[in-house]
Design a protein around this ligand. Sequence first.
Ligand code: HEC
Ligand code: HEC
Length: 163
Amino acid sequence: MLGVIFSLIEPTATIHVSAAELPKGAGEVLVRQQCGICHDIDLVSQQRLSREGWAGVLDDMTQFGAPFNAGQRQLILDYLATHLRVRDRFVAGNAMGGLPSAPGVEQVRFHCGICHDLTLVRTQRLGRDVWDEVLSDMRTYGAVFDDAQREIILDYLSAHLGP
Ligand code: HEC
Ligand code: HEC
């Protein structure tokens, strides 16, 4: 994140050079150009998201000021959804419902339903410490939530999916 903060206060449009490889495919050069303006391309290449997840990221990036136009967005989304998608076994049969309805459930749906079926979450009964470890594991898999969101998610999981 440091790199991101740095590039934000640095008013340049340099393309960040990175050793990270993007998978070959139509749109690769466009993604490298458009997504390397503000931050390292690693931030993109390490993610594995569904098409909906990527569409949400692109909305966020537009809000942050990313300059791609509608046509470019389509090409970028096709590239990302094809080459940086979640593993198929998680995409298949994704179920978004069934979690107890309570404050925080939307955060859990959004942040935990991106990569896998929410039954994987719903069927666990874990203590707060163990949920905390699970959240750290999910971050290493590429889950993106900030510390405030993490707290909301952790509160929800501990309160409703405890032992
Ligand atoms: C105008 C600057 C800008 C451009 C261009 C840009 N991003 Fe970002 N991106 C950001 C900022 C700022 C953050 C950090 C947000 C945060 O801290 O949560 C970020 C974070 C991310 C993240 C981490 C997850 C998240 O949502 O915070 C991903 C993935 C990402 N960008 C993908 C892309 C892709 C794909 C493109 C190209 C289509 C792109 N970015 C282009 C500014 C940009
Ligand atoms: C970027 C993708 C991604 C996101 C987002 C994500 N997970 Fe996962 N999750 C995984 C992967 C990959 C596995 C399977 C690891 C394996 O094969 O053992 C997994 C497995 C799990 C498991 C099964 C136990 C385990 O540790 O393997 C639980 C529970 C879990 N995730 C909870 C969550 C929760 C809660 C969230 C939301 C905060 C979340 N996940 C978000 C990728 C993700």
